[in-house]
Design a protein around this ligand. Structure first.
Ligand code: FPP
Length: 262
């Protein structure tokens, strides 16, 4: 499938049946812990426990790709104890859950850079990806040490290293240098925890995604919350920049003539 073509919706403004790819900003773990009088890491642990429940609900709803924003390039700036706790959580997820995810036919992909991860953890991530490579069920993309701006900068560097001529650089060729070029764009971005921003998450790929925000903190984001988000998505009218009965994005309207700035 082309990365641009949504599977479940038409481009001319129809109501989509359901999202093919859901990307989630799992916010609110710290506040959840504080409300229970617990340290922040306890919130991240509760958030980790919630991942399985949400994956199962999305899988049942027919979602084929899920991307979870687990650790951003900016998160290295958090207190050392929290950073090492999050690295440990990633390690424990791999150790405790990869077997189950594999049994559930889930394919795991890593989104981001592995350069800054401790060696053993980077190896474990690569092994998890390799181990589940042939699975044909839901694809789980774990964004860990991921930043959208960094992804674009790295892609540009690779374009230059590959020696592409300026006229050969277009949306498709640039995209082919992204971390996961074959994963289709998200249809729906969910952000828990009440904030309304993208926080450098998939800033290119979400150009036409529907955004859903909920005050629910990530550890409290349960099956009913998943259903609410999907219901809201189904009520949206996706237009991809054209009018409801206009041409599809594969037949874009003729561009107005504009003077080149040189
Ligand atoms: C934001 O909440 C959450 C994070 C920075 C980490 C999210 C990570 C997990 C849920 C662990 C799952 C891990 C994997 C590998 C799938 P916050 O701490 O910023 O919350 P706050 O806004 O309430 O402080």
């Amino acid at each position: 499938m082309s990365a641009d073509a949504p599977e479940n919706s038409t481009a001319s403004g129809s109501t989509p049946a359901g999202p093919n790819h859901v990307a989630i900003i799992m916010d609110g773990n710290g506040r959840w812990a504080q409300r229970q009088g617990m340290p922040r890491l306890a919130g991240h642990r509760a958030g980790t426990d919630n991942v399985r429940r949400v994956l199962e609900a999305l899988d049942r709803a027919g979602v084929r790709y899920v991307t979870l924003f687990a650790f951003s390039t900016e998160n290295w700036g958090r207190p050392e104890e929290e950073v090492s706790g999050l690295l440990e959580l990633l390690g424990s997820i791999i150790e405790d859950q990869v077997r189950d995810l594999h049994a559930g036919n889930i394919r795991i992909l890593h989104l981001g850079t592995q350069d800054n991860l401790p060696g053993g953890l980077a190896d474990a991530v690569r092994e998890a990806v390799e181990h589940t490579r042939e699975n044909s069920g839901l694809t789980l993309c774990v964004a860990f040490d991921y930043g959208g701006r960094q992804e674009i900068v790295e892609a540009v560097r690779r374009v230059m290293a590959a020696g592409l001529a300026p006229e050969d650089v277009d949306e498709d060729s640039l995209r082919s240098f992204f971390y996961l070029p074959d994963v289709p764009d998200p249809d729906l971005v969910i952000r828990t925890g009440g904030e309304q921003r993208l926080s450098n998450f998939l800033i290119w790929q979400t150009a036409y995604a529907e955004f859903y925000e909920t005050p629910a903190l990530w550890p409290d984001f349960d099956d009913a919350e998943v259903e609410r988000a999907l219901d809201e998505y189904r009520r949206r009218q996706r237009r991809f920049g054209v009018l409801p009965d206009g041409p599809s994005p594969s037949e874009p309207p003729a561009a107005p003539e504009i003077a080149h700035r040189g």
